[in-house]
Design a protein around this ligand. Sequence first.
Ligand code: AR6
Length: 177
Amino acid sequence: MKINRQYIKHLYVKQGDITKEETDAIVNAANPSLMGGGGVDGAIHGAAGPGLLEECRKLGGCGHGEARITGGHGLKAKYVIHTPGPIYRYGNSGEKEILKNSYMNSLLLAKKNNIKSISFPGISTGIYGYPKKEACEVAVTTALEFMEKNDYPLDVYFVMFDKENYQIYLAFIESIK
Ligand code: AR6
């Protein structure tokens, strides 16, 4: 795995509730309907209020690994980027590629909208069942690859709800420094 160390200083790891973040954008681990759900999706819609669902309804859905952007409505973040990650089965159905696409497409949308700071949850590591350590490696390496390829060093916050994920991110980033 090739690591681009130059951009590691733009990565931050936090433990907490992503709906409280004040970055320009927060990312929602959505499902393809974009009509809300459980987990972080439910928390984001709950905190943003009904205007978010109304805006999402007009988008007409989103494939796994793709991303869509809306306003933040009642959130502190100006934007929400919605991306359905892969549903993890046995790891041999393209899950890694789809997860990478979720991070890459979210970051490309961030660049397109001049977003300078973004918060990600651990996409697919809840209800969708992706193994946490493997998901962390995809998240971190894709963020670094994005910054290098696009020469767009935005601040990327990984906001982990659970302690296990938080510690996995801290350890992985430390290990690649
Ligand atoms: N802030 C940050 N992270 C959170 C929060 C929060 N408030 N709440 C949960 N997490 P999940 P998925 C973490 O299940 O696996 C929804 O129903 C959680 O601990 O929310 O991508 C959608 O509509 C976990 O590490 O998303 C889809 O149907 C991570 O967020 C499906 O779940 C992702 O867990 C998507 O499943």
